[in-house]
Design a protein around this ligand. Structure first.
Ligand SMILES: Cc1cc2nc3c(=O)[nH]c(=O)nc-3n(C[C@H](O)[C@H](O)[C@H](O)COP(=O)(O)O)c2cc1C
Length: 356
């Protein structure tokens, strides 16, 4: 009813707000016997952590995770795993204007309409601080699917895209943009700096690939692997678009172009000659890489004044002060990977439950 949980068999619930004392996740349905410690989770949180470059928010959060339950002698027990992360760097006074007037593009107005009362500090529950909890839960999910490798990267910022001829996966961790093309990363420094100095923000496209997903994971009809991935990624703050495989571009192809032609494979299986479908057919994985793209809008909290109304319905203008990401898609990369891991862990256990 209140929609703070996601997943069917491997299910997680997040809790907490931007300026509360802490936030976290409860992961339920994790198989017993998996080796799990904070050290398995922390590297993923460190990738998402704010304040690591001038291209992200300067809020300084160590994001140290603590496992409160569900692990005994270093192994999961099959009981709920509670993950706890302290908030240590809140500056609630930056939000005095947001208490009175709505930020267009943010959730302030919609939350007031729904609940009639809102924690405006840092955006409360609508803040992407919550995505730290998803990343922590996603790290646990990865332990359930060791056969799968999930890699996401930023494909475009402000409409300036990478050149796939220069794609180098080893570069993704070498720049502050999770960018696999060093030339694009160099261009984006100037692009994001200019937007930040203008008091504005930029959108981004994040691409993600999951390899090693066995043929058969997924389900018809109402838990299609693609619809589950779409729901997971669309639930991330600021995501406004999702594509699987060629996505919208497939609508411009002819049937023979779009078909992923097949030949007998060496191992008695099949070899696909293309992957327009993004590794999913009929809602079920084909064994090809699962490929998707996620569109993040530009940050709505900006210094450039925007016309708005106050809580009392008066005409007003808002300039959002405080520390904000100039391009939320950058830190969206570890969040997309986490949501994909959470879906795939759930789908693996669902597949095992039905098919053995
Ligand atoms: C990693 C990440 C960081 C974000 N940081 C900010 C931010 O600093 N300021 C802001 O206004 N929005 C930020 N957002 C986006 C808002 O949380 C989001 O726009 C808001 O909750 C409204 O939801 P919607 O955009 O999905 O409609 C961030 C999103 C992500 C994924």
């Amino acid at each position: 009813m209140s929609f703070n949980s996601f997943g069917r068999v491997f299910r997680f619930t997040t809790w907490g707000e931007s300026h509360g004392p802490a936030l976290g996740a409860v992961v339920d349905g994790c198989p017993p016997g998996l080796s799990l410690s904070e050290a398995d989770i922390q590297p993923y949180l460190d990738r998402r952590r704010p304040g690591q470059s001038r291209f992200t928010t300067q809020r300084q959060e160590p994001d140290q995770v603590r496992i409160l339950s569900g692990v005994f002698e270093g192994r999961t027990t099959g009981t709920p795993i509670a993950l706890h992360i302290d908030n240590v760097d809140q500056r609630s006074k930056d939000y005095s204007d947001v208490a009175k007037a709505y930020r267009p593009g943010h959730a302030d107005y919609a939350y007031d309409q729904k609940y009639g009362f809102r924690d405006y500090r840092g955006g409360g529950r609508s803040s992407a601080r919550e995505t730290a909890a998803r990343v922590a839960a996603g790290a646990v999910a990865r332990l359930v699917i060791p056969e799968v490798t999930i890699t996401a990267w930023v494909e475009a910022i402000g409409g300036d895209a990478i050149d796939y001829a220069r794609f180098d996966a080893a570069e993704i961790g070498n720049n502050p943009f999770f960018c696999p093309d060093p030339d694009a990363a160099a261009r984006w420094e100037a692009l994001v700096d200019a937007a930040r100095k203008d008091g504005s923000s930029l959108g981004a496209v994040v691409a993600c690939e999951a390899t090693g997903v066995p043929a058969g994971w997924g389900a018809p009809l109402y838990a299609k692997l693609d619809s589950e991935l779409a729901a997971a990624c669309m639930s991330i703050n600021a995501v406004k678009g999702f594509e699987i495989g060629d996505g919208f571009a497939a609508a411009a192809l002819r049937g023979e172009e779009n078909a992923d032609a097949m030949r007998p494979g060496n191992d008695g299986g099949v070899a696909f000659l293309a992957n327009h479908a993004g590794g999913i057919a009929g809602g079920i994985a084909t064994g090809q890489p699962v490929r998707m793209r996620v569109a993040f809008k530009p940050t709505s909290s900006i210094l450039i004044p925007v016309e708005t109304v106050t809580r009392d319905g008066e005409a007003s203008e808002i300039r959002t002060k405080g520390r904000h990401d100039p391009c939320v898609g950058i830190r969206g990369v570890p969040v997309v990977e986490a949501m994909v891991a959470l879906v795939l862990a759930d789908q693996k256990l669902l597949h095992r439950a039905q098919v053995g």
